[in-house]
Write a protein that binds this ligand. Structure first.
Ligand code: TUI
Length: 311
């Protein structure tokens, strides 16, 4: 079995999270230039926006990069076809099952890496031809599943033969090593990349991440079937309070409509959705992307050799 670096043509076994509204060509190119796999996050953007970012990214890096398709988007179907036209090499998916696009992508020679929150979905994805799986724990920011990284990684590793990439709660060397110890072959990180110089988000968002402590995230939308982890603020706390009082979905949606954009572009600390994972408390300074990625793997190879002995 090829390892993640050979599969993707990268130096560090790390994939950037496909963060909606955050993962632009600028961030993806910075991550790819640092030797990991950068991703353009399609989020809720339309097909032409994503196509344009792919073309921009090609001008900013000659290293491999991919596209993350958020399957709840009304543009997902169009984007799924566009990535084939554009000759994208790697596709990751989130917030749904990419089953109906799998054959199209495999025929086009695209490496497909679905992000999944459960063993059942991992098995289904492997059967449908996925090349690897990102197993994402509930510690992650944004749209999340129920299981923790600690519980989901070894269970998915035992259930599938394709390589498993761990996500959720990883922001330093210790997290990377823990992921390897649980059987993962690589990691995906998001939160730690929010606090980088190249990350194209409002300065208030970066400050909110580096000031966060362990208990500063909260999950909105648990009752609506789309739980989303964000940093606490007036809007998020009010959302959770109103939903526990049984307020209608329509009212709740009014509160969150456009809220991610208000966080990313306006830095609106009161009513923005500052998506971030539970590991935000560990992230203390804003650094260049290359420094973050390099430091995540400092001495990791030495420990990995010891892990081989333990297994
Ligand atoms: O997708 C993510 N994280 C995201 S997507 C996003 S944009 C958004 N904003 C507000 C509401 C909803 C989305 C922000 N963060 N992570 C990967 C992930 N995928 N987490 C959970 C899942 C998932 C859930 C259900 C994957 C597949 C799935 O399948 C259900 C089924 O069987 O169809």
């Amino acid at each position: 079995m090829k390892n993640i670096c050979e599969l993707l043509g990268i130096e560090y076994p790390l994939i950037q999270g496909g963060m909606a509204n955050v993962a632009t060509a600028q961030l993806a190119a910075a991550v790819s230039n640092a030797g990991a796999l950068g991703l353009i996050g399609a989020g809720g953007y339309d097909t032409e926006w994503v196509r344009n970012e792919i073309r921009k990214c090609r001008l900013m890096t000659d290293k491999p990069f991919g596209v993350n398709i958020m399957l709840m988007s009304p543009h997902a179907e169009n984007i799924a076809h566009m990535v084939v036209e554009e000759g994208v090499k790697v596709v990751t998916t989130g917030a749904g099952s990419p089953g109906k696009y799998m054959e199209l992508w495999k025929q086009a020679g695209i490496i497909v890496i679905p992000v999944v929150p459960s063993v059942a979905l991992a098995i289904r994805m492997e059967r449908q031809g996925a090349d690897a799986i990102v197993a994402e724990g509930t510690e992650s920011g944004g749209h999340i599943g129920e299981l923790t990284t600690m519980a989901i990684i070894p269970q998915i590793c035992d259930a599938v033969k394709i390589p498993v990439i761990a996500a959720g709660g990883i922001a330093d060397q210790r997290g990377v090593l823990a992921a390897f110890a649980l059987g993962a072959k690589g990691v995906q990180v998001g939160t730690v990349l929010l606090a980088t110089q190249e990350c194209p988000i409002h300065e208030n968002y970066k400050q909110k991440v580096i000031q966060a402590k362990d208990t500063d995230t909260i999950v909105t939308g648990r009752g609506t079937g789309a739980p989303v982890r964000v940093l606490k603020n007036r809007m998020a706390v009010e959302y959770v309070r109103l939903s526990s009082e049984g307020i209608g979905l329509e009212e709740l949606e009014k509160l969150t409509l456009g809220s991610l954009r208000r966080a990313v572009f306006d830095g609106d600390l009161d009513s923005g959705s500052f998506m971030a994972g539970q590991i935000a408390g560990l992230v203390k300074e804003i650094k260049p992307v290359s420094e973050v990625i390099k430091s995540l793997f400092d001495h990791v190879d030495d420990y990995r050799k010891q892990l081989e002995v333990i297994k």
